[in-house]
Design a protein around this ligand. Structure first.
Ligand SMILES: Cc1cc2nc3c(=O)[nH]c(=O)nc-3n(C[C@H](O)[C@H](O)[C@H](O)COP(=O)(O)OP(=O)(O)OC[C@H]3O[C@@H](n4cnc5c(N)ncnc54)[C@H](O)[C@@H]3O)c2cc1C
Length: 380
C-alpha cells in the first residue's frame, strides 16, 4: 500500500502527528506494536503535569504555551475534558537552578506565579510542611492533562481525517531509497514518500536501522497512589506539584475524581530493555519506601499505599528532546528522548513533526532539540 507518510509509533507523539498530518491532507498510516493508549510504553497512569514556568529552562516556554493552545483546541474539537486546571506548586531551595528558571520564565513571559516562603505555603495548604529555606512557586493557570484520554482524542480526530491506524503491527525493517520509504512488519510491507519515527523507548533500535546512533537510555520508573483525606487533597483545593528535595525531584497530583494522591520520582531509575519484562511496582524493595519517605517529610497526612505502577522514561544525556529531520534523509522526521517530561508538549510536537514533513521547518524554534548536538553520530 502507498501512503504519503508512515508514522512508526502511535503513542503520545505519533498519534498527535497522525492528526496534524491527516488534517493537512496527507494520506497517513500509523503503525504501533500495541493498541494505543496502552500500558507498555511511557504514556499510561491517567495523568501528566503541564506547567509553563519551566524549571528545566525558560527556552521551553514558547513551545509549551503553543502546546496548551493546541490542548485547548483539542478539547473544543472533541468535546472532551482533557485539561484540569489544578495549578502547579513548584517547591525547592530558593537558590537552585530549577527554582530560578521557574522565576525567570515567569518574568520573561509574564506568566502568573505566586512566590511564597515556607510558612505561606503551609498556611495555604496545611497538608504541606517545608524546611525554612524552601520556597514555593505556585502557577495557578497550569495543571494536569489526562494522558490516555488525550491520545484517544487525537486518535478520534486522526481517523476522522482519514488516517489509517494499524495496531499490533511492530515495524521490523525500514529502508529508504531516495525519496521512497519502505517499512516491513512481521507479515506486511508498506510504502510512502515520508516517514515519522516516534517509537518512545524503542526508538534507538529503529534509528540504528537508519545509521543513527543517538544516546537514548530507557529507564524503569515507578509511581503510586496513596489514600488521602479527600476533603483536603482533592483537585479543587490541592495542586499538582514538583518538589526538588535533597533526596531527589518528586512530583505528584491531587486526588482527581477520588483516586487518591499520586506521587512519583523524576530523577533516578534503573536502565531497562523495553523488550524484556520489567519488574513491577514493589518487586524492588525501595519502590514504596522511597515515595513514603518523601510523603512523610513533605506531605505527612497522606495514608496507606493503594497501588503502584511502572513506566519508562527515555533519557538523553542533557534531558532535552530530539525533534528533527534525519541529517541524511530530509523526508524522515524523528521525535525521541523525551526524558520524562515530554507529554505536556506532545500536541506541539505532533504539529512540529507535521510541519517538518510538509515544509522542512517549524514556526516555533525547535533548534535546541536538534539531532546534531550529539557528537557520536555515525555515517552522516
Ligand atoms: C511515570 C511517568 C510520569 C511522567 N510524567 C510526566 C508529566 O507529569 N508531564 C510530562 O510532560 N511528561 C511526563 N512523562 C513523560 C511522558 O509521558 C513521555 O515523555 C511521553 O509519553 C513519551 O511519548 P512517546 O511518544 O515518545 O512514547 P510512547 O507514548 O510510549 O509512544 C511510543 C509508541 O511507539 C510504539 N512502538 C515502539 N516501537 C515500535 C515499532 N517497532 N513498531 C511500531 N510501534 C512501535 C509503542 O508501542 C508506543 O505506543 C512521564 C512519563 C512517565 C513514564
Amino acid at each position: 500500500m502507498q501512503y504519503d507518510v508512515i508514522i512508526i509509533g502511535a503513542g503520545s507523539m505519533g498519534m498527535a502527528a497522525g492528526y496534524y498530518l491527516s488534517k493537512s491532507g496527507k494520506k497517513t498510516l500509523l503503525l504501533d506494536s500495541f493498541n494505543s493508549p496502552h500500558n507498555k510504553g511511557s504514556h499510561h497512569g491517567e495523568t501528566r503535569i503541564i506547567r509553563y514556568a519551566y524549571g528545566e529552562g525558560e527556552e521551553y516556554v514558547p513551545f509549551v504555551l503553543r502546546a496548551q493552545e493546541l490542548w485547548n483546541e483539542l478539547e473544543r474539537d472533541t468535546g472532551k475534558r482533557l485539561f484540569v486546571q489544578t495549578g502547579v506548586l513548584n517547591v525547592g531551595n530558593q537558590a537552585s537552578n530549577f527554582m530560578q528558571n521557574i522565576i525567570s520564565s515567569a518574568e520573561k513571559y509574564s506568566l502568573p506565579l505566586d512566590i511564597m516562603d515556607s510558612v505561606e505555603v503551609h498556611n495555604r495548604w496545611s497538608g504541606i510542611t517545608l524546611p525554612n529555606d524552601f520556597i514555593g512557586c505556585f502557577e495557578p493557570t497550569s495543571g494536569v492533562l489526562k494522558c490516555e484520554e488525550s491520545i484517544k482524542a487525537f486518535q478520534e480526530l486522526a481517523e476522522l481525517h482519514g488516517a489509517t491506524i494499524l495496531t499490533n503491527s511492530r515495524v521490523r525493517e525500514i529502508s529508504i531509497h531516495g525519496e521512497k520509504v519502505s517499512v516491513k512488519t512481521e507479515d506486511q510491507a508498506f510504502h510512502s514518500d515520508a516517514l515519522v519515527i516516534s517509537a518512545g523507548a524503542w526508538s534507538g533500535n529503529l534509528l540504528s536501522m537508519l545509521d543513527l546512533d543517538i544516546p537514548l537510555t530507557p529507564v524503569r520508573k515507578t509511581f503510586a497512589w496513596f489514600d488521602t483525606d479527600e476533603e483536603n487533597y482533592n483537585q479543587d483545593c490541592f495542586p499538582a506539584f514538583a518538589f526538588e528535595t535533597q533526596q531527589g525531584l518528586y512530583y505528584g497530583f491531587p486526588s482527581i475524581d477520588g483516586v487518591g494522591l499520586k506521587v512519583g520520582r523524576h530523577d533516578g531509575g534503573i536502565q531497562t530493555n523495553p523488550d524484556e519484562i520489567m519488574k513491577g511496582f514493589g518487586d524492588i524493595a525501595e519502590d514504596e519506601g522511597d515515595l513514603v519517605q518523601f510523603l512523610d517529610q513533605f506531605i505527612p497526612a497522606t495514608g496507606e499505599l493503594k497501588y503502584g505502577k511502572t513506566c519508562m522514561y527515555t533519557l538523553t544525556p542533557d534531558e532535552k528532546f530530539v525533534i528533527d529531520l534525519h541529517p541524511k534523509y530530509p523526508n524522515v522526521a524523528i521525535a525521541a528522548g523525551f526524558s520524562g517530561h515530554g507529554f505536556k508538549f506532545s500536541s506541539a510536537v505532533g504539529q512540529a513533526l507535521s510541519n517538518l514533513i510538509i515544509s522542512g521547518s517549524n514556526d516555533i524554534d525547535i533548534s535546541q532539540f536538534s539531532i546534531t548536538r550529539f557528537n557520536n553520530l555515525k555515517n552522516i
